[in-house]
Design a protein around this ligand. Structure first.
Ligand code: FES
Length: 152
């Protein structure tokens, strides 16, 4: 049995991590099965997570919320050293890996916000400005989807 302490705990139970992160314990197991986070086992063979897992799970949650696939998150985490809390330089490396993708997503979200009420170049030709912005669906020749949102 673990001792209760008023000091900050360095090893957390799955329940403690789940509560602090706002995820289900099953999500932690899932992230672990994908290699995104790691746990150790205590003498009773129960999972324990180092406290820095809170930062990893928080980043995973936000990345997922903005649509970064788990595989991409895993690739980024995979280039970082294991078995120790990441330092600022390593988090900066992760940030640089995602910068281009995040910039692209920000651009798309801003375009969606600003152009949602007008023609987005999707081929529907249903808006008043479609004939002007996408006459006869010419944009369809350049690719799929909402060309005016996806192109620079
Ligand atoms: S909104 Fe679909 S082509 Fe203009």
């Amino acid at each position: 049995m673990e001792k209760k302490s008023t000091r900050i705990k360095t090893l957390l139970t799955p329940g403690e991590v789940a509560k602090r992160c706002g995820v289900a314990v099953s999500a932690l197991h899932f992230y672990e099965s994908k290699g995104l986070i790691k746990s150790t086992r205590n003498a009773g063979n129960q999972r324990r997570y180092r406290r820095d897992v809170l930062r990893s799970v928080a980043i995973i949650k936000i990345a997922q919320r903005i649509g970064i696939p788990l595989a991409t998150i895993g690739e980024a985490f995979g280039v970082l050293p294991e078995g120790q809390p990441l330092n600022a330089k390593e988090w900066a490396k992760l940030s640089s890996l995602w910068r281009e993708e995040l910039d692209r997503r920000i651009h798309t979200m801003v375009a969606l916000r600003d152009q949602l009420d007008g023609c987005i170049g999707c081929g529907c030709l249903s808006r008043r400005d479609c004939p002007l912005r996408n006459p006869e669906d010419k944009l369809g020749e350049r690719g799929t989807g909402a060309r005016l949102l996806e192109e620079d």
